[in-house]
Ligand binder design. Structure first.
Ligand code: GDP
Ligand code: ZN
Length: 381
């Protein structure tokens, strides 16, 4: 360390401590223009979980650059005021990943949680959440909770079924307190927990994080609000040095992923496409000839159902865009506004075998749309 500064006697508790002029840490919460940063090292972080976060603003230079700061970002903090635990964020490290909803940077894994019973596990709903999670490109772990409500044979059946889907689910019961195995899942990682309501997400977070920490956490503690009444994301630090975030307000996920990308969100399709290939590179795996994906595997019906949703979503996006950018607005004689609809290219209509070849060009995916969709896909969770 080249630059250090010593603070005077007024700071009696740590008067002999040598403190750095700048230090790196993780943003654990943010609100308005304030960020709470958990420093990697230093006297405020000698013990994981016990460190007090530093309340930071963003340095003017970052604001000018338009550099956003997200929860999960690794940041460099300067201008410390150690007495008030304050500082200023001077730099943001490049992000490994960035989720839109919840807005969290550097997420290492999505832990998707479902209950085996209460509510009864609906396979199509599970697929929907799995696809949504996979579409982020972030590794997905699956946890099937409430195993205490099923017989061992039934649990085994689900396990085998999910293995055939390409997943290795962790079967848990939070009331039997067998989360020890789970704890390992969170070490040294930033995890976002997702899943429908009632499956045990809050129970998991509450048993991983001491209640005290939740109550006195940065956002809920400082602003006097409960964790569940705020829409802000917050990372909770685990004693195993990981961080975990809840996904408040996570409902039925939309299929915002481009139809051509949907197949990549199914492990079964990824496997089929490494073992063989479809005749057409833009195959949607419906009724195209020479398709390596179509077949009698369990989730093929889920794929077709979600594909329809994805196509519908894309068409409605296209219509919205057309309305916004290409719609002609005429003012009628009586001053009334008239909209002239623009005809839409039917990119995803089913084509007859006869006209397939001449329509291939039409079916080809428009790459500019991919970029647009990624930008517009602000509904990840
Ligand atoms: P969340 O909506 O996903 O956060 O779910 P909660 O954590 O609030 O849990 C919903 C209900 O399921 C609560 O009544 C929990 O006590 C119960 N629950 C959580 N985990 C288990 C479990 O492993 N087994 C059983 N039987 N109930 C559980
Ligand atoms: Zn195909």
């Amino acid at each position: 360390m080249s630059e250090v500064v010593r603070h005077g006697e007024h700071d009696s508790a740590q008067s002999s401590a040598v403190r750095p002029l700048s230090a790196w840490g993780v943003v654990t919460a943010g609100q308005a223009n304030y960020y709470w940063v958990r420093l990697d090292t230093g006297e405020f972080s000698t013990q994981p979980g016990s460190a007090q976060p530093i309340l930071c603003t963003r340095r003017a230079r970052l604001k000018k650059l338009g550099q956003q700061v997200l929860v999960g970002d690794r940041v460099q903090v300067e201008e410390f005021d150690w007495q008030d635990h304050r500082g200023a964020i001077a730099a943001v490290a490049p992000r490994k990943t960035a989720l839109d909803r919840p807005p969290v940077a550097n997420v290492d894994q999505i832990l998707l949680m479902f209950a085996l019973e209460q509510p009864t596990l609906d396979p199509l709903q599970l697929s929907r959440f799995l696809v949504k999670s996979e579409s982020t490109g972030i590794p997905v772990s699956l946890c099937l909770n409430k195993r205490d409500l099923l017989t061992d044979a039934e649990v085994l059946d689900w396990q085998r079924r999910l293995q055939a889907w390409g997943y290795e689910p962790l079967m848990t019961s939070l009331i039997k307190a067998d989360q020890l195995e789970m704890r390992r899942q969170f070490q040294n990682r930033i995890t976002v927990v997702a899943g429908p309501s009632g499956v045990g997400k809050s129970s998991l977070i509450n048993c991983l994080i001491p209640q005290e920490d939740v109550r006195t956490s940065a956002v809920s503690g400082k602003l006097g609000r409960g964790r569940h009444t705020t829409r802000h994301v917050e990372l909770f630090e685990l004693s195993e040095t990981g961080f975990i975030a809840d996904t408040p307000g996570f409902n039925q996920p939309d299929m915002t992923c481009p139809p051509e990308a949907l197949g990549h969100c199914f492990p079964e399709i990824r496997t089929r496409l490494t073992e063989g290939h479809c005749q057409f590179s833009n195959c949607l795996h419906r009724d195209e000839p020479g398709c390596a994906v179509r077949g009698s595997w369990e989730r093929y019906a889920h794929y077709l159902a979600l594909l329809e949703d994805a196509i519908q979503h894309q068409q409605s996006l296209g219509q919205r865009r057309d309305m916004e950018t290409a719609e002609k607005v005429k003012i009628g004689e009586a001053g009334q506004v008239q909209h002239e609809p623009k005809l839409e290219a039917k990119k995803y209509r089913r084509v007859s075998r006869r006209s397939r070849n001449q329509n291939l060009q039409e079916l080809r995916y428009d790459l500019s749309d991919v970029a647009d969709l990624e930008r517009l896909d602000d509904e990840l969770f």
